[in-house]
Design a protein around this ligand. Sequence first.
Ligand SMILES: Cc1cc2nc3c(=O)[nH]c(=O)nc-3n(C[C@H](O)[C@H](O)[C@H](O)COP(=O)(O)OP(=O)(O)OC[C@H]3O[C@@H](n4cnc5c(N)ncnc54)[C@H](O)[C@@H]3O)c2cc1C
Length: 521
Amino acid sequence: MYKEILLRLTPEEAHDEERCRRAAAAAAGVDVADVNVMRLLRRSIDARKRQIFVQLQYGIWVGEEPAVQASPLRYGPVDGGRRVVVVGAGPGGLFAALRLIELGLCPVVLERGKDVSARKRDLATLCRNQGLDPDSNYAFGEGGAGTFSDGKLFTRSTKRGDFGKVLDVFCHHGASEQIRIDAHPHIGTDKLPAVIRAMRQTILDCGGEVRFGARVTGLLLADGAVRGVTLADGSRVDGSAVVLATGHSARDVYRFLDAAGVALEAKTWAMGVRVEHPQELIDSIQYHSPQGRGDYLPAATYSFVTQVDGRGVYSFCMCPGGFIVPAMTEPEQMVVNGMSPSRRNSPFANSGIVVEVRPDDIGPYMNRGPLGGLDFQAEYERLAYVNGGRGVVAPAQALADFVDGRLSFDLPECSYVPGVVSSPMHFWMPEHIGSRLRRGFADFDRQAHGFVTNEALVVGVESRTSSPVRIPRRPDTLQHIGVAGLFPCGEGAGYAGGIASSAIDGERCADMVAHYLGCAR
Ligand SMILES: Cc1cc2nc3c(=O)[nH]c(=O)nc-3n(C[C@H](O)[C@H](O)[C@H](O)COP(=O)(O)OP(=O)(O)OC[C@H]3O[C@@H](n4cnc5c(N)ncnc54)[C@H](O)[C@@H]3O)c2cc1C
């Protein structure tokens, strides 16, 4: 007999594993001694009311064993297989490469940045404010923008692909099985590098290639089809198809595509600030208790969305127990983002609070064509840079002061290691972003009383939530609308946002490459 049982327990009860097992057996009407196997399938927290509940879903096998599930992943040798160039080793590129291997094709992964270990050293240099490597930073390098992140694995795009398969691939490469159970899974910045390294090893063991320091500077085009790419060192890499998974920060890629006459489109994106609160404050708001989260609950999260003057204003990439990090890719830019370790145990909670930006919001920049949004984004980052301190010291303002339009004389403590400097961000931000942000914050405070406070800090700027440019592709084949064999992939192509959806998109692009090459399985 197999039964599924849903328990709603207090956090303290749910913390006691043995007690949960007994409660699940009792709810299934069986003696715990008769249970062959009991598995926790799903865990979520219901914090809508004052009494918090942990919801646990168990699978219980009595008098039988669960069927042994063979791994759905098949990574075999592909040396000698047709070569497919994969540009970028972020989630889009890595998942495309691993899926190509399953399909018997040989990926050649070209990554402008360094391997995760070398990249870590460059991030330490950056956080000490001792210089930025434009090819090795929080956006560029092995694992892409997702490596030194919170590693939240959440997507709304499950309709377009198999999220379960993405979790399988992560677990196969060393991620905790907990990601299959938690309603809002995350891996953590301390665990991700080993997972990414293991993915690289699979590609190499199967006969694929991974080249670092390989910055792609152009496409090799002939008769309307792509035949490979050129690299910054002047060499070329041939391939039967190219998966272009370069992320939204690779502005040089959009520019070389545009210069080569490859069609691009302007799209809606979002920009704003990163906000940081003491985690204790968020815990007390979200768990409705001045005592905070107590001993049995995780660091609380939040998610807000509102409409201000016809544009969405929303929280993005919330990192409980996390850190704000410098995420720029070129000198004289100021960009911040957030990350958390797996235990989410820093005393700070941060998230991006961003405003939807449509191409017709950016005035004269729109007349510059599909890349106008990039110029507007760059200008916003330059403004933040000139209003910040030396190097990567970020401009900041206490949150209530920002909402009220006042300069902050005192700034609260902050997790951003390079440091912050007080700046009247309400004053220099483009009006259509700044004013919507201020009204959006006021609305969030009505939803979560105490959210707007001078104990919290806004840090500038959160500009890279998504790409202002799309590299358009045909919905049926996922090939670029004008270049055969070119598969724009992931966040930089404008078809994904976040680790999980970029990974799903990588898998889908690989499937379509196999169709294109006539070797679909
Ligand atoms: C600090 C931080 C925290 C984040 N936290 C989360 C999170 O918790 N959850 C979540 O879902 N998302 C998070 N994100 C967003 C997430 O990382 C991205 O959505 C995701 O990585 C996009 O995947 P991608 O493969 O499309 O592009 P990317 O990850 O951007 O990868 C693109 C890769 O292409 C390489 N590249 C670029 N140009 C070239 C070139 N010319 N030649 C060769 N290689 C090139 C880059 O070096 C990079 O490695 C975070 C991002 C940042 C910066």
